[in-house]
Design a protein around this ligand. Structure first.
Ligand code: ZN
Length: 234
């Protein structure tokens, strides 16, 4: 299997679930407690910025108590040991890939631990709470600070870079994603169009499982390390 030259790995909430971070879409997930229109859209932010900022402040505080799991660690190991190119494209806004040691990483939905200033566009690492009174360290203006995450109705980040990787990929692996959110849901079709082998690793068959050539189902912390070992064994 080690004859792949360019591996693209898409990761989603199912990867971080076993680290204790709530998933968004699953039963009992965050979107069954909160209405995403209130806390994860530009309209919701305009209506009640305090509510939205507090929602992400809670997420950011919870993040301080979680650690990468065996699946994150296996992916970092793949990047370190594999002779070909390995890139992780993640839908997750947490920083668990980084914490595990992944470097070649694209955060398509932004990062919980970064702040974005809507007044000047500056982005910076951010560990504290953000409030409506927080001033931007770059421009000094108050009231524009928000988490640097992509909300519903906003364009995901780095789509051109991702498309370039997909067109060069000879192996595409999707891990822990429900497969129903575009544009990420279309990545498997894009990779196949370009001749890549495609693999789904997920707790259960996703809605788009039939589009993958190979599928392995089970908890991320067991199926991901096992699959990575296979790749590294060649
Ligand atoms: Zn600013």
């Amino acid at each position: 299997m080690s004859n792949y030259q360019h591996i693209v790995i898409l990761t989603g909430a199912g990867l971080s679930a076993e680290s204790g971070l709530s998933t968004f879409r699953d039963k009992g997930g965050i979107w069954s407690t909160y209405d995403y229109r209130d806390v994860a859209t530009p309209q919701g932010f305009a209506r009640d910025p305090g509510l939205v900022l507090d929602f992400y402040n809670q997420r950011r505080r919870a993040h301080a108590h979680v650690k990468p799991n065996a699946a994150h660690t296996a992916l970092a190991r793949l990047e370190r040991k594999y002779p070909g190119e390995v890139v992780v494209v993640t839908q997750n806004i947490d920083a668990l890939h980084e914490a595990a040691g992944s470097h070649h990483l694209i955060h398509m939905h932004g990062e919980l631990l970064k702040a974005l200033c809507a007044k000047c566009g500056a982005r910076q690492a951010w560990m504290d709470d953000i409030t409506s009174n927080t001033s931007c360290p770059a421009c000094g203006k108050v009231g524009g600070m928000r988490p640097d995450v992509v909300w519903f109705g906003e364009m995901p980040y780095h789509l051109e870079r991702i498309a370039a990787h997909l067109s060069a990929a000879d192996l595409f692996v999707s891990i822990g994603t429900s497969g129903n959110v575009y544009p990420a849901a279309g990545f498997v079709a894009e990779a196949r169009l370009n001749g890549a082998h495609t693999v789904e690793l997920n707790l259960e068959p996703s809605e788009r499982a039939s589009l993958f050539i190979e599928a392995i189902h089970g908890p991320a912390t067991s199926v991901v390390p096992a699959y990575i070992e296979r790749l590294l064994a060649g």
